[in-house]
Design a protein around this ligand. Structure first.
Ligand SMILES: Cc1cc2nc3c(=O)[nH]c(=O)nc-3n(C[C@H](O)[C@H](O)[C@H](O)COP(=O)(O)O)c2cc1C
Length: 177
């Protein structure tokens, strides 16, 4: 697929067909995503693919809004950052997550970012469990010292999202001569 088509085709996709997601496709996309840049080449980001559907579906409860799409996903990739390796771990992780989402498009897969960060499992209840702690309970394999930036929900798209408008106005692109 041409680069511009990959970029255009990437849309946050929240409904999937239920067709199983092949591990080789996840591996190919993750290997490409590892080429994303990182501050001072610290390579602070780790990717954890989850193909066990019970675990993928359990991740849908990491928040009380914006995460239920994981209930029908065929796989998920958890975006992890080593806080000791770089103070820029979040930026590094976000760059890799975006590269990963583009690489998934190239594999014919659809995805959506589900944010974890500092969210709570119940947004309006400050006593509720932190989303990150919930993710670590579902996935005890996450190594010590790693923070969870997000979970990328993955599957075969059940619909074709409309392409984004080509250009929204002059204020987002500036030229200074
Ligand atoms: C930092 C970040 C956090 C996001 N968190 C969520 C989320 O928790 N749940 C969700 O359904 N979508 C989430 N999204 C997807 C955005 O809603 C989506 O990118 C935006 O609406 C634009 O649509 P598009 O991705 O189809 O272009 C997130 C995207 C980004 C970049």
């Amino acid at each position: 697929m041409e680069f511009k088509d990959v970029v255009r085709k990437r849309r946050s996709t929240r409904r999937y067909t239920g067709k199983p997601v092949e591990k080789e496709k996840l591996r190919a996309a993750m290997e490409l995503a590892l080429l994303a840049p990182s501050s001072k080449n610290t390579r602070s980001t780790r990717l954890m693919a989850v193909t066990n559907l019970d675990k993928v579906h359990a991740l849908s409860r990491l928040r009380d809004f914006g995460s239920s799409l994981l209930e029908e996903a065929g796989a998920a990739i958890v975006i992890l950052g080593d806080t000791e390796a770089s103070p820029m771990w979040q930026i590094n992780a976000a760059l890799m997550a975006n590269t990963l989402q583009l690489a998934l498009v190239d594999q014919g897969l659809a995805s959506c970012w589900v944010h974890v960060g500092d969210y709570l499992t119940i947004q309006d209840n400050t006593d509720s469990q932190r989303s990150e702690d919930y993710v670590k309970e579902v996935l005890p394999e996450i190594p010590e010292g790693y923070r969870v930036l997000s979970v990328i929900s993955i599957g075969y798209a059940d619909y074709t999202p409309k392409p984004l408008p080509e250009y929204e106005g002059p204020e987002r692109i500036l030229f200074v001569e």
